[in-house]
Write a protein that binds this ligand. Structure first.
Ligand code: NAD
Ligand code: IPM
Ligand code: MN
Length: 355
């Protein structure tokens, strides 16, 4: 019996609904593959903020550090500014645990309708690898003349050769492992941003030389957005800065059917710290509390967690169960055109896992 210590931060909104579903799946898969999960619930987030004036306690990172992985739902509350909630909970974890590779797969499952009219037989199966610790999210800057008519704000992007190099190398290694189209696409905006993005392009070209077996492509982000729609089948691994990766991964999520299907892993590939697994979507206040949120993005994120914990058979078994439910086309939440509840979808996944 292998035992894993998992931090669980359900967070806000639909996070509170999807996390229990992912746990049900982990419990069942654990019985099948002799894995035991010790879950540590951290009730941090906006309700914690209303009580304590902060999103998580001062020693939160110390509490998380010894655990094997973090499973997170979503963060964000309509009554608290987003920069307060996100800079108070989600982003500090990504930074402190140096989770520099944010892996966001986009795979069109059988039985799911893409909003695009794809040519017959066309598959969408690629991964966005987003730099997750610097770039446009570095939080370097400030306000001058605060609250005065002449107020100015400076928000600087920070790109380091080391930061770019390591995420680009991760992307190439992933392309090798995936054994798909063996292709890495780098996305920048170096025609307008002549420093950070130029360093990115140069670093990408240098790392590419180490991977002669992998073909490469460099796109400007505006063209990349267009090509995600025009030729989604051509991508394999896409590597981009923090902000561009954020935006592109919402496009890739909807290309394969729904925000409710898009999982993600915030990885420290060197395994010095716990990595964090969460759906790409947010707290979805428009549907929170109604029992209709799609739990599959979180369940697939839990599968990515199993893979990271080197329980790859268990991970594949969860993914197969999700794929089977989607292929059946019967049980699905409203975002996929169905009428099932969150719980009914999880029940169907559980039924598809054969003990
Ligand atoms: P969102 O992802 O929460 O929702 C966008 C749209 O997609 C909504 O219409 C929502 O109903 C739908 N949707 C999202 N997930 C779904 C699911 N699993 N099933 C069915 N429908 C789903 O993005 P938003 O509305 O821009 O942001 C809401 C809040 O969440 C904000 O406070 C934002 O800052 C925060 N946010 C947090 C995270 C995170 O915690 N990782 C990510 C994105 C946004
Ligand atoms: C995501 C989210 C976050 C991000 C927000 C909520 C800060 O959009 O995980 O994609 O931009 O990283
Ligand atoms: Mn996002």
């Amino acid at each position: 019996m292998q035992r894993f210590h998992i931090a669980v931060i359900a967070g806000d909104g639909v996070g509170l609904e999807v996390i229990p579903q992912a746990r049900r799946v982990l419990e069942k898969i654990g019985r099948r593959y002799a894995l035991e999960f010790a879950f540590y619930d951290f009730e941090w987030g906006s309700e914690y903020y209303f009580r304590h004036g902060r999103m998580m306690p001062a020693d939160a990172l110390e509490q998380l550090r010894p655990l094997d992985a973090i499973l997170l739902g979503a963060v964000g509350h309509p009554e608290i500014p987003d920069h307060v909630t996100l800079n108070g909970l989600l982003l500090p974890i990504r930074r402190a645990f140096d989770q520099y590779a944010n892996v966001r797969p986009a795979r069109l499952y059988r039985g799911v309708q893409s909003p695009l009219a794809l040519r017959k037989g066309e598959q969408i199966d690629f991964v966005v690898v987003r730099e997750n610790t610097e770039g446009e999210y570095a939080q370097v800057g400030g306000f001058v003349h605060h609250d005065q008519p002449e107020e100015i704000a400076v928000q600087s992007a920070v790109f380091t050769r080391r930061g770019i190099e390591r995420v680009v190398r991760f992307a190439f290694e992933l392309a090798r492992r995936r054994n798909g189209k063996q292709r890495v696409t780098s996305v920048t905006k170096s025609n307008a941003q002549g420093f950070g993005m130029v360093l990115w392009d140069r670093t990408f070209a240098a790392v590419a030389n180490e991977f002669p077996d992998i073909s490469t492509e460099s796109l400007l982000v505006d063209a990349a957005a267009m090509n995600f729609i025009r030729r989604p089948e051509s991508f394999d691994v896409v590597v981009a800065s923090n902000l561009f990766g954020d935006i592109l991964s919402d496009i890739s999520a909807i290309l394969v059917g729904s925000m409710g299907l898009a999982p993600s892993a915030n990885l420290d590939p060197e395994r010095r710290y716990p990595s964090m697994f969460e759906p790409v979507h947010g707290s979805a206040p428009d549907i929170a509390g109604k029992g209709v949120v799609n739990p599959l993005a979180t369940i697939l994120s839990a599968a990515m967690m199993l893979d990271h914990l080197e329980a790859s058979e268990a991970a594949q078994s969860v993914e197969r169960a999700v794929a089977a439910v989607l292929a059946e086309r019967h049980v699905r939440t409203p975002d996929l055109g169905g009428t099932s509840s969150t719980e009914e979808v999880t029940n169907a996944v559980l039924d598809s896992i054969v003990l």
